[in-house]
Design a protein around this ligand. Structure first.
Ligand code: UD1
Ligand code: MG
Length: 497
């Protein structure tokens, strides 16, 4: 019986380059792309290797890249390549840092973010089942400019990889390119790396030459052609980065649509790879779903919505709004024009309406803040109603305090609730109040001054103004109406309108 021994595997990601053409203070591999950095995407794809160890070669701004790695891949071992003498040099240093590595070594350029884990798995399977010394992921592309070309021998085997700047005119016509993703046998790789020269246009040690050396020595070298060319695209400048973002967004959107999500305008919908969307959710145009955002089944999000690390419950609605680290409960409704800041927490069927900002506050089930309000550091009970233009005054210039509004309480329009303060369950606050003292359950609090009316003030103090003229006409109309009343005929349009 054939027993397949589980092989030892090592992943090496190359991330030491500066990425000069990005013209950026940020190392190329740390540029973000729909929810992960470039190197984050590559590491996610590489997880398909189920490797015992993962090494990431760092160099340019090594501390910054290492700090990022410790967040996203704490098990990965950074290997310092202080001076970047080429991809072959980088892998040589990685292999020196992993002297016990045997079996398969998967090498990935850190700037190939659209690579899928399935493709890495296929590359490894092809490599290991063939017992190859090296297997190279390649693709046939329409425009191979700038990339290494795959030179095949008379019988179609890989002979060598030639960089564009070292290629002959004839070789430049080759459209099969090196994706920068390889599987190697560890022992053969080590041997080949020891033989690299810097005899090329850039004076660098090329990893691609290791493949050529193995082929020249008669070792079995394989090629795995990628079905989807986009997976092999590298990122060298911001134009390419924007293209990759478009391609990845299309891939993500298609995935969700096939999973039962309606995306009304895929061209303006940007969903990070880290987001989760439920069945029958509807995503309308100009919508960005970022980070750890989740959208529940049947929810409606957009148009014009940005959600960052925000969860939206089933059947909830979010319209023309911006939310960061917020939670929107099932059947709740947000917007249009709402701003949910960190720890805004809306229970089921709660409503945050037009021009309302909510921060670090809990709204109970069915609680409503329909218009023009600021809610900060508050706990609002179930079914409470917060009238238009209510301000939760949470900051005295030195410290923040909390406000509690009880269940089914009613806060009239244009009130200030000056924290710390508590409005009891079922209590009422009269419109225009500034509340500084606790209101017991079921009580009414009104703090506004009572109204004073000075008859005839405009005629005496603002004579000759449009207001005075309007007042005079109103008085005359009143007289006329009075005459009509006296004659017993009441025109239908005088009472209302
Ligand atoms: C490389 C390949 C080329 C291939 C292309 C695919 C070589 C010699 N050429 O070219 O055949 O078509 O990728 O995108 O390998 N890096 C280091 N240390 C170094 C140099 C590079 O870590 O000393 C890293 C870079 O950060 C990058 C990756 O290796 O993530 C590739 O380097 P890059 O300079 O982009 O190589 P290309 O010229 O694109
Ligand atoms: Mg490159």
């Amino acid at each position: 019986m054939l027993v397949v021994q589980p092989r030892s595997r090592t992943v090496v990601v190359l991330a030491a380059g500066e990425g000069k053409r990005m013209k950026s203070d940020l190392p190329k591999v740390l540029h973000p792309l729909l929810g992960r950095t470039l190197v984050g995407h590559v590491l996610a794809a590489a997880s398909a290797a189920a490797a015992e160890q993962t090494l990431v070669v760092v160099g340019h701004r090594a501390e910054q890249v290492t700090a990022h790695l410790s967040e996203i891949a704490p098990a990965a071992l950074p290997v310092l390549q202080a001076e970047q003498h080429g991809t072959g040099h980088a892998v040589r240093l990685a292999m020196a840092a992993a002297p016990d590595a045997t079996g398969t070594v998967v090498v990935l350029n850190g700037d190939v973010p659209l690579l899928r884990p399935e493709t890495v798995a296929e590359l490894i399977a092809a490599h290991e089942s063939a017992g190859a010394a090296a297997t190279v992921l390649t693709a046939e592309v329409a425009d191979p400019t700038g990339l290494g070309r795959i030179v095949r021998d008379a019988v179609g085997g890989l002979e060598r990889i030639v960089e564009e700047r070292d290629a002959s005119t004839e070789q430049r016509r080759i459209r099969e390119i090196n994706a920068g993703i390889y599987a190697f046998d560890a022992v053969r790789l080590r041997d080949a790396l020891g033989k690299l020269t810097t005899d090329n246009d850039q004076g660098e040690e090329y990893l691609t030459d290791a493949v050529g050396l193995l082929a020249a020595a008669g070792a079995p070298v394989g090629v795995h052609v990628a079905d989807d060319v986009t997976e092999t695209l590298g990122c060298n400048d911001r134009v390419e980065l924007a293209r990759l973002r478009r391609l990845l967004a299309d891939r993500v959107n298609e995935g969700w649509m096939r999973a039962g999500v309606s995306i009304l305008d895929p061209a303006t919908t940007w969903i990070d790879v880290t987001v989760d969307v439920g069945r029958d959710a509807v995503i309308d145009q100009n919508t960005q779903l970022r980070g750890a955002t989740t959208v529940g089944a049947g929810a409606s999000v957009g148009p014009d919505v940005t959600l960052i690390d925000t969860s939206v419950g089933p059947a909830a609605t979010v319209l023309r709004s911006h939310a960061v680290r917020a939670r929107v409960g099932a059947g709740a409704s947000v917007g249009p024009y709402a701003y949910l800041r960190p720890d805004a927490d809306l229970a089921e069927r709660a409503k945050v309406g037009t021009f309302v900002e909510v921060k670090n506050s809990q709204l109970g089930a069915g609680a409503k803040v329909p218009h023009l309000s600021y809610v900060g550091d508050a706990t609002i009970g179930a079914r409470a109603n917060i009238g238009a233009a209510t301000i939760f005054v949470n900051y005295d210039g030195v410290r923040k305090s909390r406000t509690t509004v009880g269940e089914a309480a009613f806060v009239g329009c244009d009130s200030s609730l000056i924290a710390p303060v508590e409005i009891g369950a079922g209590a009422y606050v009269g419109a225009g109040s500034a509340v500084t003292k606790d209101v017991p359950p079921g009580a009414l609090a009104v703090t506004r001054a009572s109204q004073r009316v000075v008859e005839g003030w405009v005629q005496s103090r603002r004579a000759g103004t449009p207001a005075a003229e309007a007042a005079r006409r109103a008085a005359a109309d009143g007289e006329a109406a009075h005459h009509h009343d006296a004659s017993g005929t009441v025109p239908g349009d005088t009472a209302t309108d």
